[in-house]
Structures are given as C-alpha cells and as structure tokens.
Design a protein around this ligand. Structure first.
Ligand code: C5P
Length: 228
C-alpha cells in the first residue's frame, strides 16, 4: 500500500520539503514534486530522494509545442524520476512518448481534467462537454498516444477502469479523508473510495503536508487504504 500513496511536496523550498520527508520517515515511500519546487531545486531534491530509495512523481504538467515537450521530456528522463505528467492533448502526449524514448523507468501520465474544475468552470473556459465526457475522451487519446496512464478524479476512476481495462495507471488527487477539509478540490473523495474505484495511486497534499504530525496523518490514510 505504501508505494500507492504519493505525498505532494507542495512547499516553498527544498529545505522545507526535505524536512517534511524526514518527518514522514519510513511511513512514506513516494513523493510528488510539482511546479512550486521545480524552479528552486526540485530536480536536485528528486535526485536526493531517489538516492535515498524513495520514488518521485514529477508533476510538471508539460504543455507546449511538440518539439519543446519532446526535448523537455528527454531532459527530465536524463535526470531521473518515476512518473511525469503532461497535459492530455494528443500532440503533447505523442511528443512526450517520443522524448521518453525507451527509458522504462519514467512512467508518463496524462492530466485529463484538473480536479479543481467542475462543469461550470469548463463551460466558462469554452468547452462544450462536461468534466466526465472530457475525461473519457482524453483517456482514450492518452492510451492511443502510448501513455502509461492518467491523472483523474477518484469520482471518474471506476468508469475509466470499466471502459479502458486493467493495464493502465490511474493516479487520483483530490483525496480527502473524512477527518480533513476539502480546500479547493471540487471533485474530492476518500482514500478507500478511490482505491475501490480502481485508482492505482493516490496523491495527497494538504491533509499530510499541512498536518501537525505528517507521519501520523499518512499512517491514518494508509490504514484506511488497507481497509479498501
Ligand atoms: O493539497 P491537495 O491534496 O489538494 O493537493 C493535491 C495535489 O495534486 C496538488 O499538488 C495538485 O497540484 C495536484 N493535482 C490535482 N489535480 C490534478 C492534478 C494534480 O490536485 N488533476
């Protein structure tokens, strides 16, 4: 279960992030480094964590012209990481697959629809379909492009599993144990719900990284995951 819980290091500095990983100790084996840490030493922290035996999810959500995405993916693969996200547009995803080359260690994940978006926000942005339909369309396109899996809301995981089978990774943020607040996550669910619905990995941020005792919070989540 431990390797299926990914704690988001959404903190302002690598020093604070490293301190959090120390406090989590052996309880946590997988961390997510995102855009907040990338400009301030995120890749160095990634290398450090991997040399300490931890896994690292690089949530950089690449989105650019294909040649740039391909080169960026190649650069990232050369530094090492266990998972990398790109936006789920077919040219972007195909470029990432090309840039990864035959590095089997770096799993590529498509960001379908951000879990902070609901249907009203998608309409405001000019989309003609709701979150659910857009997610399903993007999952299909991700698999066609050769991606390893998707990032999706726990509320969509079971439908994705049913439609697209067991081989793909489904990484779900928007996880909120019953004892924590929802913050800005519009489509949140509990850890047990996400697993029962087919998620392979859960991404948890504030319920752990802002907890008074992060190791204890992570342990409680792992216990809940075990019940599922
Ligand atoms: O604090 P919280 O648990 O809401 O953090 C969720 C993490 O997952 C954040 O780092 C956020 O950027 C990320 N994420 C997300 N929704 C996505 C993709 C990533 O919330 N669709």
């Amino acid at each position: 279960m431990k390797d299926r819980l990914i704690i988001a290091l959404d903190l302002p500095s690598t020093g604070e992030a490293a301190a959090l990983t120390q406090r989590c100790g052996e309880t946590v084996s997988f961390y997510k480094i995102g855009l907040q840490l990338l400009p301030v030493g995120g890749m160095e922290l990634c290398e450090q964590l991997r040399s300490d035996g931890k896994k690292v999810f690089l949530d950089f959500k690449l989105h650019d012209i294909p040649t740039t995405v391909e080169k960026a993916t190649r650069s990232i693969a050369s530094r090492g990481g266990d998972m990398l996200t790109v936006h789920a547009e077919p040219p972007v995803m195909r470029a990432a697959v090309a840039g990864r080359g035959d590095d089997p260690d770096l799993k590529l994940l498509s960001v379908t629809v951000l879990t902070s978006y609901d249907d009203a926000m998608l309409t405001e942005m000019g989309y003609r379909m709701g979150a659910r339909d857009l997610v399903m369309r993007r999952v299909e396109q991700a698999l066609e492009a050769g991606m390893d899996g998707v990032v999706a809301s726990p509320l969509e995981a079971s439908e994705i599993r049913e439609k697209f089978g067991d081989d793909m990774l489904i990484v779900t943020p928007g996880i909120r144990p019953s004892w924590s607040g929802k913050d800005d996550q519009a489509r949140a669910a509990t850890p047990a719900y996400a697993l029962r619905n087919g998620a392979t990995h859960l991404v948890v941020g504030r319920p752990v990284n802002a907890a008074p005792d992060p190791a204890e919070a992570a342990r409680k989540i792992l216990e809940e995951m075990d019940t599922a």
